[in-house]
Design a protein around this ligand. Sequence first.
Ligand SMILES: C[S@@+](CC[C@H](N)C(=O)[O-])C[C@H]1O[C@@H](n2cnc3c(N)ncnc32)[C@H](O)[C@@H]1O
Length: 272
Amino acid sequence: MSNISFSDREFKRISEIMYQAAGLSFNDSKKSLIQSRLLPRIQRIGAGSFAEYIAMLEDESQAAEFQMAVDLLTTNETYFFREPKHYELLEQELASRKSRAPLAVWSAASSFGDEAYSTAMLLADMQMQGRIGPDWSILATDISHRVLLSAKEAIYPQDRLRAVSPERLRRYCLRGDGDSEGQVLLQDKIRERVQFGRLNLCQPVDGIGPFDVIFLRNVLIYFDVPTKIEVVDRVLATLKPGGLFFLGTAEGRVACKTPLQTVQPGAFRKTA
Ligand SMILES: C[S@@+](CC[C@H](N)C(=O)[O-])C[C@H]1O[C@@H](n2cnc3c(N)ncnc32)[C@H](O)[C@@H]1O
């Protein structure tokens, strides 16, 4: 049993820090969640108390520890071709485009890269079939360095690719053997199409876009309503008029200022 206590004041301070720096919103019911996620970390690094840990989170020279806390307080759950209907819509939409103009896609809370690489597999297939031109690229960003490092390595447990067709597995993946049994490495022809970078959605977004397609799926859950609206409008400012915008199907519609038309659950078109 730990004798490290966690006062309401400490809970409030951690909530404030996470809200200001990463937009993460924790109401009073989340006190025990924060405690259970951070306590093992505090013990592992030998900090004597939550107060000591808070001082580390406030210290700009300890950015890596701040990152670690964000990671512990959010989830990076993702898998290939999550919400397949979104990829079906994207395929139909791109197939019906008259032009072979360059195509830019942004996976805006990419986690380990599954969403971005799934899109790359779809676009590589479409290019091979002559349904889109060769000039397409994908930007994948996340607040977490840890997931980005892993995404760049592009090695996954096989189970995460359970929704990838056998043809795509053959075409784009290498199965590990020996020590790497049960793991899959993505081939260079997919990896080289995705560029990864760190980006905090709660800060101004400069120098990227405009995009034809944006995925912002399963990240708004961490934000309160004003932050959701702010983040969605900020992200949509980089989407071309007529472009497709995806949220997690369960996330509903956000009352943003940017005009959107609903295309299917979790899929929207920017109308102006
Ligand atoms: C559940 S994953 C979503 C992955 C993928 N989009 C999907 O739907 O499968 C949520 C991701 O949001 C990231 N995240 C949380 N707050 C963020 C912020 N303020 N800016 C950018 N990314 C953030 C987390 O690091 C995590 O990797």
